[in-house]
Design a protein around this ligand. Structure first.
Ligand SMILES: [Ca+2]
Length: 132
């Protein structure tokens, strides 16, 4: 991304349903001294199987994994609608922010949309609540 630019990133086909059996990487870099910040606007993925209401902690059928930065420990896979709108996350300046989007064979939803911004280091926020 160009320094100080802003754009929208979304799952393929958004807001229509995403495709089954997809595995899609979004890899974001910007100019020296800047970092990429992602602000999640909408998040609707198939939930865990079996659902949490069953009392069993299942695995995400469709999920997003954030790498901030790429090369570090990724955040845990997230699914369902559990990423609050307005949450922000960024990779440090001069690193790469990456998001991997994976879907299984059945039950597609609308997916996600996020604003991505290139910001100077002192303006980067990391307030996203990705902990389970
Ligand atoms: Ca699915």
């Amino acid at each position: 991304m160009t320094a100080n630019s802003i754009d929208v990133m979304s799952s393929p086909g958004y807001p229509l349903k995403y495709q089954p059996n997809d595995d899609c990487w979004f890899v974001l870099t910007t100019e020296p001294g800047y970092g990429v910040q992602m602000n999640m606007l909408n998040f609707d993925l198939q939930d865990r199987l079996p659902p949490a209401s069953s009392g069993v902690s299942g695995v995400c059928a469709d999920y997003v994994v954030i790498h901030a930065p790429l090369g570090g420990q990724p955040y845990p896979p997230r699914c369902g609608t559990s990423i609050p709108a307005g949450s922000k996350i960024s990779a440090p300046a001069n690193t790469t922010l990456a998001l991997r989007f994976v879907t299984d064979a059945t039950d597609e939803r609308s997916g996600f949309s996020a604003v991505i911004q290139s910001l100077p280091e002192d303006l980067l926020a990391t307030t996203l609540t990705f902990a389970d």
